[in-house]
Design a protein around this ligand. Structure first.
Ligand code: SER
Length: 605
């Protein structure tokens, strides 16, 4: 069975059980100051898991969410890890619970995908003394009733059977939601257990015999300031299953790169290089990495990101440079045709869900080719840099990686030529040191946002709507939002406009925004059908795919109307004074404004 069929069957299965099919959120999050990419299906749904009514008016939802997780990037190359994946998800927003969810998913696996029940193993939460969350007897009973024998039910603690965006309870920031979960694993009977991973095999063993294919999270807790967990006002189900893995299970082939999602890419790499995918471990690893990184890079570029040194652009660059490295290893040249050929395969296989790829593929191929040129330059200057140091150690390797984007593999190779060795573990330690520092940064950001957006971000968000409208009124109707990013300190707004803004234009824009602020305009929220909202002239971000029912925020009776998830302040009085601090170009035909709010206004509610 192929991926398209499985995706469709899943959506229809849950639709038949009262779920509304919702469009996925974009992969690249332009408006979220805390996260670069959507990394799970529940991420866009947090407000509704917390109790807010979903704009569709429904409490049962289902979708397929393109997601990106970079934590496993180093694992890519084995037969099951990817950075980009599609997460099939279904949710109960305080509606059904374990007694419905577990039988439904099992039925989907056995009846719709035809998986043999004997090959399915499950895991259940064993309970946790620290937080007092009890052992999940209800799920255990449900699985037994469904005919899963005791021998195939395993209990694990918070490290394996607890889910939140930040992991186990101790790592959850205040306000974050999560809960115990129950996972299903598919057993590849032909894969023998590898004792390297432990004496006995079990569902969470990493030897490759078991593959996790679905996770039902029972989101019912919220982290409190005193470290405890409080029951939410509603008990939710958050199910997620990786489409790629479900396809592998349905084909009873543990190598997800041999499913229809990747095979055409692998075949093309075989043709170009004259090598066989399975001829030796190095070739297999190179082809898998190229296939994964290419797909992830294309999905990021599809949302309008270009490689750069910051944020999403940096991730794209990193994926592309790794891809280029493995391309070299296969003896291939990363020409424009190389990229176009590969991207065309993706445009075709994703034609039904991402039809825009066909139109964008040539432009994406050109931008990848440009990155390949820059990378060649980097290699040259990085190599020059290496030649300056007498001894290459892990610190130097990390410096070259951070500052020049020089992959470890290259530095290692040059060191080897000079008769020196650098240990990958030492390099890895340097990377971890750095990651720890940036994680600390991310955590402090996290506290301000997401589940409960900080007041500063909310104020700047409302100011962004005023700016968007003011730009159109001053510069003209051609102005379209190209991106937006808000931190507690400033807003940043990218928009289409071909010329540098004059001092006078900037002043007119600033004045127009400040006039609205001075009028103490009330901000109101309504819910409407998307078509009606667009027909009434509400502003929309053209890159975003909206659901059928949307929220519209209006500022004043007629100044600004924009489709948006919120939140916003209650009145413009809360904004204080708006000041533009920078205007610059970010790309051909795209300008960027950074602005701040001064003299903090007053919170009304
Ligand atoms: N949120 C859970 C996960 O990402 C299930 O959807 O695994």
């Amino acid at each position: 069975m192929i991926s398209k069929e499985i995706r469709q069957k899943y959506l229809e299965f849950f639709k038949a059980r009262g779920h509304e099919i919702i469009p996925p959120a974009p992969l690249v999050l332009a408006e979220d100051p805390t996260t670069l990419f959507t990394s799970s299906g529940m991420q866009p749904l947090v407000p509704y898991l917390l109790g807010e009514a979903h704009p569709s008016g429904q409490r049962r939802l289902v979708d397929s969410q393109p997601s990106l997780r970079l934590g496993d990037i180093e694992e890519v190359g084995d037969n099951r890890h990817t950075t980009f994946f599609e997460m099939l998800g279904n949710w109960s927003l305080g509606d059904y619970f374990k007694a419905e969810q577990l039988p439904w998913f099992l039925e989907f696996l056995t009846k719709e995908l035809g998986l043999a029940k004997e090959k399915l193993w499950v895991s259940v939460f064993e309970g946790d003394k620290t937080t007092g969350v009890p052992r999940d007897e209800e799920s255990l009973a449900a699985w037994q009733k469904l005919g899963i024998p005791k021998e195939r039910i395993f209990f694990y603690g918070v490290k394996k059977n607890w889910w939140s965006r930040s992991g186990e309870p101790a790592l959850m920031p205040v306000g974050e939601i999560g809960g115990p979960d129950s996972e299903i694993f598919y057993e590849f009977a032909d894969v023998p257990h590898d004792p390297k991973f432990g004496e006995t095999c079990h569902p969470n063993c990493d030897c490759g015999r078991f593959l996790e294919i679905g996770n039902s999270v029972f989101i019912q807790y919220q982290k409190q300031a005193d470290g405890s967990l409080k029951e939410l006002s509603q008990k939710n189900v958050d199910f997620g299953g990786g489409l790629e893995r479900l396809v592998a299970a349905a084909s009873d082939n543990p190598d997800i790169f041999q499913t229809d999602l990747f095979l055409p890419i692998i075949k093309r790499l075989e043709n170009l290089s004259g090598r066989n995918y399975l001829q030796d471990p190095e070739t297999t690893r190179a082809m898998r990495t190229i296939a994964d990184h290419l797909r992830a890079a294309v999905m990021i570029a599809r949302d309008g990101v270009l490689s750069s040194n910051k944020a999403q652009g940096y991730v794209l660059r990193r994926l592309l440079r790794r891809l280029l490295l493995f391309t070299k290893k296969l003896g291939l040249e990363a020409s424009g045709d190389y990229f176009l050929g590969l991207i065309s395969i993706l445009a075709e296989s994703y034609g039904d869900i991402f039809p825009d790829l066909e139109e964008k593929k040539a432009e994406i191929a050109t931008s990848f080719r440009e990155e390949a040129d820059r990378f060649d330059e980097v290699l040259k200057s990085g190599i020059k840099e290496i030649n300056k140091v007498p001894m290459i150690d892990a610190k130097t390797a990390f410096y070259l990686f951070e500052s020049f984007g020089l992959p470890f593999e290259i530095t290692e190779e040059i060191a080897r030529e000079k008769g020196q060795t650098i240990k990958k573990e030492d390099f890895q330690k340097e990377v971890e040191k750095h990651q720890k520092l940036s994680r600390q940064g991310a955590e402090s950001l996290f506290k301000g946002g997401l589940a409960d957006q900080s007041y500063e971000v909310t104020r700047l968000h409302t100011a962004t709507h005023l700016l968007h409208e003011a730009l159109r009124r001053v510069l003209g109707d051609h102005v379209r939002q190209e991106g937006s990013n808000i931190t507690a300190e400033r807003l940043r707004f990218d928009f289409s406009h071909s010329a540098k803004l004059s001092v006078e234009e900037l002043k007119n824009i600033e004045d127009l925004v400040n006039e609205q602020i001075a009028k103490n305009l009330i901000v109101t929220e309504t819910v409407q059908d998307l078509s009606a909202a667009l027909a009434s002239g509400a502003r929309a971000f053209f890159r975003e795919k909206y659901p059928e029912r949307v929220k519209i925020y209006s500022i004043g009776p007629s100044f600004s109307r924009e489709i948006c998830g919120g939140p916003h302040v209650a009145s413009t009085k809360e904004l204080g004074r708006f000041r533009i601090i920078k205007e610059e170009a970010v790309a051909q035909g795209v300008r960027r404004i950074k602005a701040v709010l001064e003299n903090g206004g007053q919170k009304i509610f």
